[in-house]
Write a protein that binds this ligand. Structure first.
Ligand code: GDG
Length: 472
């Protein structure tokens, strides 16, 4: 497809979701409201400077929203039918690729009709990108939902520079090899000039898949496909550290954090977990360890764990089962150890504004981030950035990308419940001087390596890659 002269853009972001939500407007109609996330914060300046466009899906089944502007940014909304939502989004993305790429914590399901929907929807995104991109434009494709887009786009538009960033892990080859369409996925990704991963290990796994699934030769970070050279390397994502620290310093947020501890009855110790309610996040392991610690009274009297578990993928069966299991476990701990006026677990199956999240981070003495597998985990970075007074302690799973960067955390293997319990006790009883030293190291790291630096580093590297002109 040739670029549309009226809309040709020098910078195009392609992500499965738009950074806006369709919500009720005050007059009873519908309007687009920004859903601020790290990605849009990081890419906004680049988009504004280049007059860029963001291609994505609104999140609802139905016709395409088409082109519109939101807060001065150009959006192009694509549509998914009800069947595509089930087969592409809930099926292939969330019940095939998500569990497969997270070390098969849940069994992945392989269905040919889901794969077909994945191909169809990826083609729709690639065509939209081909129509938006100006000659020689830079197109940045995001995440596991769109792995076929780089190649599909390159076949139509040999002139554009294509980057791809995978937000979730890329699995070891023995796991990836289960995917019946492994070769198509590898070839799809190799349409890009530069492939970014969270950890070096993820890039290494991908390079191995290139050798094993596609029989290609790799050298260092490079893969050769015909006369093209593609690079795969680690670009660990981050957060808008300055923006979040500013929120955490606001008087009303600090006051709210004090209020939260008051509402809990001024406990001596507050632990916090913040996750999408997802089986990769290790919520059950965390509750198990915490429940035993309460039982054994190793954390002192009237300790409180606040667990925010924001609703996620509620129509996917594995998520419904997980919700039931978490709620049973929370009920058991509170039933056994609670009293009138005291519950050891405050479980919140809701979403909160950013200010409330910052107040929760400020209210917590110990943050528990215990995923069984996580590409990065931004919550760990958000916690340390909010701790502007350098107090607090972070218990962090070694199976997160964040563990590669946050050396000041108390690292754990969440499968080792005894080890997890010891780590929680250690974090709860850490000497203030040691806590400060650890927190300072972590804050420095995240503040210096924020999301703007991540985006700049990826785009600079992409710019330096030789333009690859032919389809691979
Ligand atoms: C994927 C990868 C990678 C959660 N509840 C609320 C809320 N959140 C925010 C957190 C955080 C974000 O959602 C979650 O990010 P994570 O990184 O923890 O996890 P995933 O959603 O699985 O993200 C992950 C990430 O992509 C980026 O590349 O790090 O590994 O799986 O920012 O604060 N925010 C608000 N209310 C809530 O109730 N406002």
């Amino acid at each position: 497809m040739s670029p549309n002269r009226n809309t040709a853009r020098d910078f195009v972001v392609v992500a499965s979701r738009l950074p806006v939500d369709r919500v009720e407007s005050p007059d009873g109609g519908k309007e687009w409201r920004p859903s601020p996330g790290g990605l849009v914060t990081a890419l906004e300046p680049v988009m504004r400077e280049a007059g860029g466009a963001w291609i994505g899906w609104s999140g609802d089944a139905g016709p395409a929203a088409g082109a519109f502007t939101a807060d001065g940014l150009q959006m192009v909304g694509l549509g998914l039918s009800e069947t595509e939502v089930r087969h592409f989004y809930e099926g292939f993305c969330n019940a095939t690729l998500w569990p497969l790429y997270h070390d098969v914590i849940a069994p992945p399901q392989f269905h040919r009709c889901w794969w077909e929907a994945y191909v169809t929807v990826n083609r729709r995104f690639a065509e939209a990108a081909a129509a938006q991109a100006a000659p020689g434009a830079t197109v940045w494709v995001h995440d596991y939902q769109l792995q076929l887009v780089p190649r599909m786009l390159r076949e139509q538009r040999g002139d554009v520079r294509i980057g791809f960033f995978n937000h979730i892990p890329f699995p070891g080859y023995e796991i990836f090899a289960q995917l019946p369409w492994r070769q198509q996925v590898v070839r799809g990704l190799l349409g890009a000039d530069l492939l970014g991963f969270q950890r070096r290990a993820d890039a290494g796994n991908f390079l191995r898949a290139c050798r094993r699934a596609a029989g290609l030769t790799t050298k260092g970070t490079a893969v050769r496909v015909g006369d093209r050279e593609i690079h795969a390397a680690a670009f660990p994502i981050s957060i808008d550290a300055a923006g979040l620290a500013e929120i955490a310093r606001r008087d009303e947020v600090v006051k709210r954090s004090i209020q939260i501890r008051e509402a809990l009855g001024e406990p001596a110790l507050v632990l916090l977990g913040v996750d999408r309610l997802d089986y990769t996040k290790g919520i059950l392991h965390r509750l198990r360890a915490y429940g035993e610690l309460v039982d054994e009274q190793r954390l002192g009297p009237r300790v409180v764990l606040i667990q925010v578990a924001s609703p996620s993928r509620e129509r996917v069966a594995a998520y419904q089962t997980l919700r039931d299991e978490v709620e049973v476990m929370v009920g058991r701990i509170n039933g056994q150890h609670g009293e009138v006026g005291y519950a050891p677990v405050h479980y919140l199956h809701q979403s909160y504004p950013r200010e409330e999240m910052a107040a929760l981070y400020l209210a917590a003495d110990v943050m528990l981030v215990t995923p069984l597998r996580d590409g990065m985990n931004l919550v760990a970075k958000e916690y340390v950035v909010c701790r502007t007074d350098e107090t607090g302690a972070l218990v962090l799973s070694e199976f997160t990308g964040a563990a590669d960067e946050l050396g000041g955390a108390i690292l754990v293997n969440p499968h080792d419940i005894a080890g997890l319990k010891d780590a929680i006790v250690r974090a709860a009883t850490i000497r203030p001087a040691e806590a400060r030293r650890r927190m300072r190291t972590m804050r420095r790291r995240v503040c210096q390596h924020d999301v703007a630096r991540w985006a700049a580093s990826f785009l600079d590297t992409l710019r330096q890659t030789a333009p690859n002109s032919t389809a691979g």
